[in-house]
Ligand binder design. Structure first.
Ligand code: CA
Length: 225
């Protein structure tokens, strides 16, 4: 997934880019509406993060011209403006959601996930690892043509492990992601979910296993019989 950020604060650009990259997503960031417009014309983005208070040209104008050009790319407006009418103006101009500054990284990424889930233009892929396939948009998990029935939080967990297939995912990162799926954020809850997920996967020939790396985290590994 590729995200475009237009934000004139260098500090906020740095923070947002780090949060996005931590999720395994790609991000291009620009400080001005002019540079952002060029990027929108030349690149393919799954989502736009747009600051309204930009120097020289207002973010609202970027948004209006994007919608006038027929683009359905989801737009999440970032605004420090407390006035409710500014938020309404953003939504009226075609924003899909807004986030008031300052915001928590966890809330930013959760809002992005929600927008992507209902996006008409999403290019989110089907993840493949060993014999498992996970359709990121429809949330279907398939193994050798059969659907694997999993709870939403287990799918979230599996997605995280599949995206990092062959690499260790630190336990803290799993706990954090787990809290975003709407589940309890505790070490014990993660252990229980991993054990449930392993059991459900065991009845399918996934050619993979979830290994516990003691004191570090978990890792998905390919298994060849
Ligand atoms: Ca600004």
């Amino acid at each position: 997934m590729r995200i475009l950020l237009i934000e004139d604060s260098a500090r906020l650009r740095g923070l947002v880019c780090e949060a996005i990259r931590n999720e395994g997503w790609k991000i291009d960031a620009f400080a001005t509406a002019q540079d952002g417009r060029i990027a929108l014309r030349e690149g393919e983005y799954d989502l736009l993060l747009l600051d309204l208070g930009l120097p020289e040209e207002d973010g609202i104008d970027v948004l209006k011209s994007l919608r006038e050009a027929g683009s359905q790319t989801p737009v999440l407006v970032l605004t420090a403006r407390a006035a409710i009418d500014e938020r309404i103006a953003g939504l009226d101009a075609g924003a899909d959601d807004y986030l008031a500054k300052p915001f928590h990284n966890g809330e930013l990424t959760a809002r992005i996930r929600a927008l992507i889930r209902r996006s008409p233009v999403t290019s989110m892929p089907v993840l493949e690892y060993a014999a498992l396939k996970l359709d990121v948009a429809s949330r279907q998990v398939i193994c050798a043509g059969n659907e694997v029935a999993l709870a939403p939080s287990e799918k979230g967990l599996l997605e995280l492990l599949m995206r990092n297939g062959g690499k260790v995912v630190p336990k803290a990162k799993i706990e954090h992601a787990f809290s975003e799926f709407g589940d309890e954020r505790s070490s014990n809850a993660v252990e229980l979910a991993i054990s449930r997920l392993r059991k459900k996967l065991e009845s399918h020939n996934t050619h993979s296993s979830i290994e516990t790396i003691r004191g570090v985290g978990y890792m998905m590994r390919e298994v060849h019989d």
